[in-house]
Design a protein. Structure first.
Length: 294
């Protein structure tokens, strides 16, 4: 980020501190407050963000207009948006010692508000993208025999009948801000698509499972149950949806397997495939823990 970029906004012309969070995101501390500057490369993302801002009830961070009255600044092919920072921080660890129902409730609130938002920007319905045959061939080359891969196409077919609506598509805990134990808001909604609401619920839980496997995988069953309970307490899930939670988790883990296969990252690909198999072999116990909580 060039220093000249900040001159587009009155609020950050004289920053006290700049913190690089990632290649696309900077945190800017000023006397007047704290802001997030995010770089975007796709105009479609900008249009989607603008549409979302129209719903004042959406739990998201709000952009700050430039001095020219625009909601973004352009530097060549790169676009910058300045956001007000939400109070709180994302949580990255210690999920087994907190009440994770806060995540399920947060996702339910987001889904309710998204359903109230009219979006003129068309969304894709490609919420799952994976090559089943490629995964099978990869596992075969690695000498891994997994029951779960043999029923993967069946799971994908089952999930295809679920009702679709607008979903976040990337609601891992790092994209959910918590303040004093309460939900504050969501960030990074640029990947939004049309898909079953179950995807967001399960995606949040599997993001935690990836860090808990294998040593704390049993504790994760309770984490999943709390997330589902939190959502269910705000927006009732159907019996069909509850039955498809583990199949959705298996599909999501294989999606990451496929992702890492394509990037020649064997360690990560095998780990995610192993998690998929564990979910398959322990689905009855996982469902029992979840249903006991509900």
């Amino acid at each position: 980020m060039r220093q000249e970029t900040l001159q587009h906004w009155t609020e950050v012309r004289f920053p006290q501190r700049l913190q690089r969070i990632s290649g696309r995101v900077h945190r800017i501390v000023t006397h007047g407050g704290t802001y997030i500057l995010k770089k975007h490369n796709k105009l479609r993302h900008l249009e989607l963000i603008y549409e979302l801002q129209k719903n004042e009830g959406l739990p998201i961070n709000r952009f700050v207009l430039t001095k020219a009255g625009d909601f973004y600044a352009q530097d060549g092919d790169v676009y910058y948006i300045l956001y007000e920072e939400l109070p709180g921080e994302p949580i990255y660890e210690g999920f087994d010692s907190m009440d994770c129902s806060v995540y399920g409730k947060a996702i339910a609130i987001l889904h309710q508000k998204l359903n109230e938002t009219f979006l003129q920007v068309p969304l894709t319905s490609n919420y799952i993208a994976l090559d089943v045959e490629s995964i099978k061939n990869y596992l075969s080359r690695k000498g891994r025999k997994q029951e779960s891969i043999d029923v993967l196409n069946d799971h994908i077919a089952e999930l295809s009948f679920l009702k679709k609506s607008v979903i976040h598509r990337d609601p891992h805990p790092g994209n959910i801000v918590i303040h004093k134990g309460e939900f504050s808001g969501f960030i990074d909604l640029e990947l939004m698509v049309e898909g079953p609401r179950l995807f967001d619920i399960v995606y949040c839980s599997t993001a935690i499972l990836s860090g808990y496997y294998p040593d704390k995988k049993d504790e994760w069953k309770t984490v999943l149950a709390q997330i589902v309970l939190g959502y269910h307490s705000q927006c009732s899930l159907t019996d069909e949806e509850l039955e498809l939670i583990v199949p959705m988790a298996i599909v999501i883990q294989y999606q990451f397997t496929d992702y890492y296969i394509k990037r020649n990252q064997d360690k990560e690909a095998i780990l995610n495939a192993e998690i998929s198999e564990w979910l398959h072999l322990n689905r009855k116990e996982i469902n029992a823990t979840m249903m006991d909580a509900i």
